[in-house]
Design a protein around this ligand. Structure first.
Ligand SMILES: NC(=O)c1ccc[n+]([C@@H]2O[C@H](COP(=O)([O-])OP(=O)(O)OC[C@H]3O[C@@H](n4cnc5c(N)ncnc54)[C@H](OP(=O)(O)O)[C@@H]3O)[C@@H](O)[C@H]2O)c1
Length: 255
C-alpha cells in the first residue's frame, strides 16, 4: 500500500533530538524523504538518519545555525542538494520545530537573550516559510507546520517571558500566513505542545517539573511521539481543510 507522504520532501528543523527527532521519524515512516536539520549535534542527527534508514525510510542530515541570517540562508540553499537533487526546486512539507528557551526573570534578561529567542524561534521560521511557500506554490501543494507552544496562547508561569513573546508571535504568524497561502493549495498550521519530556524541559526532581505536571489535567509530561502524531495529521493529504489552526496538545494545560 502506498504511504500517504510518498514522494514528498520534508524539512524538519531541530530534528537531531527531542520533538523534532520524533517528527522526522514519523514523517519518514509515512513515506516522506526527510531533511534532518541540526545546529551543533551532527552525531545525534546522524543517529536519527540511521534509525530512519534502518526502518526503511529516507533521510539526510544538514547542519545550520538558525540564530543567524547566514545560517538560515545556508539551510535554504542546501534544500536543492538534498537526496542528490532529486527534488530540486521543491519542498512539500516544512516543519518549523527548532526552538530555544532561557529561564529567568525578564528584568535580568540580556539583549543577547532577546536576540537568541527571537532569531531562532520567530525570524528563522518566517524566513524558511517564505522560501518554502514559493517552492510549494509551484506545485500547488504544501504543508507548513509551526511548532509553537501552549505558551503561545497563555502565560501560566513566570520566568519565560521572552519565550512566550516569540511563541505568541509564531501563533499569529501561522494564522496570518494561512490566509495568504490557503488559496495556493498550501495549508499553514501550528502545533502547541504542553510540557514534553525532552532536554528543553525541566527534569523530574526539579520543582518546576512538579509545577508543570500539576498544570496538566492528565498528570504527566507528554511524549515527543504524541506531538509527532499531531504533526503527521496536519501533514497528511486528508488534512487539506484544516488551515490556520493552532492545535494544542498539552495534556489539558490550557483548558
Ligand atoms: N519540550 C517541551 O516541553 C516543549 C513545549 C512546548 C513547545 N516546545 C517547542 O518544541 C520545539 C522542540 O522542542 P524540544 O523540546 O524538542 O527541544 P530540544 O530537545 O531542546 O531540541 C531543540 C532542537 O532545536 C535545535 N536548535 C536549538 N538551537 C538552535 C539554533 N540556534 N539553530 C538551529 N537549531 C537549533 C537543536 O539542535 P542541536 O541538537 O544541534 O542543538 C535541537 O535539534 C521547540 O520549538 C520548543 O519551543 C517544546
Amino acid at each position: 500500500m502506498s504511504k500517504p507522504l510518498a514522494n514528498k520532501l520534508a524539512l524538519v528543523t531541530g530534528s537531531s533530538r527531542g520533538i523534532g527527532a520524533a517528527v522526522a521519524a514519523r514523517l519518514a515512516a509515512d513515506g516522506a524523504s526527510v531533511i534532518v536539520h541540526y545546529a551543533n549535534n551532527a552525531g545525534r542527527a546522524e543517529d536519527v538518519v540511521k534509525e530512519i534508514r534502518e526502518a526503511g525510510g529516507e533521510a539526510e542530515a544538514v547542519g545550520a545555525n538558525l540564530s543567524t541570517i547566514e545560517g538560515t540562508q545556508s539551510l535554504i540553499a542546501s534544500i536543492d542538494q538534498a537526496f542528490g537533487g532529486k527534488f530540486s526546486g521543491r519542498l512539500d512539507i516544512l516543519v518549523n520545530n527548532a526552538g530555544t528557551v532561557e529561564y529567568g526573570p525578564f528584568l535580568e534578561s540580556s539583549d543577547q537573550s532577546y536576540d537568541n529567542h527571537f532569531n531562532v524561534n520567530i525570524r528563522a521560521p518566517i524566513a524558511l516559510a517564505k522560501d518554502a511557500g514559493k517552492r510549494m506554490a509551484k506545485t500547488g501543494w504544501g504543508r507548513i507546520i509551526n511548532v509553537a507552544s501552549a505558551f503561545g496562547e497563555a502565560a501560566p508561569l513566570p520566568g519565560v517571558t521572552l519565550y512566550i513573546a516569540t511563541k505568541f508571535a509564531l501563533h499569529g504568524f501561522t494564522r496570518g500566513l494561512s490566509r495568504e497561502l490557503g488559496p495556493l493549495g498550501i495549508t499553514v498550521n501550528g502545533v502547541q505542545p504542553g510540557p514534553i519530556d525532552t532536554e528543553l524541559s525541566p527534569n523530574p526532581g526539579d520543582p518546576a517539573y512538579d509545577t508543570m505536571v500539576k498544570l496538566t489535567s492528565v498528570g504527566r509530561f507528554g511524549k515527543a511521539t504524541e506531538i509527532a502524531a499531531a504533526v503527521a495529521y496536519l501533514a497528511h493529504p486528508d488534512a487539506a481543510f484544516t488551515n490556520g489552526e493552532n492545535l494544542t496538545v498539552d495534556g489539558g494545560w490550557n483548558a
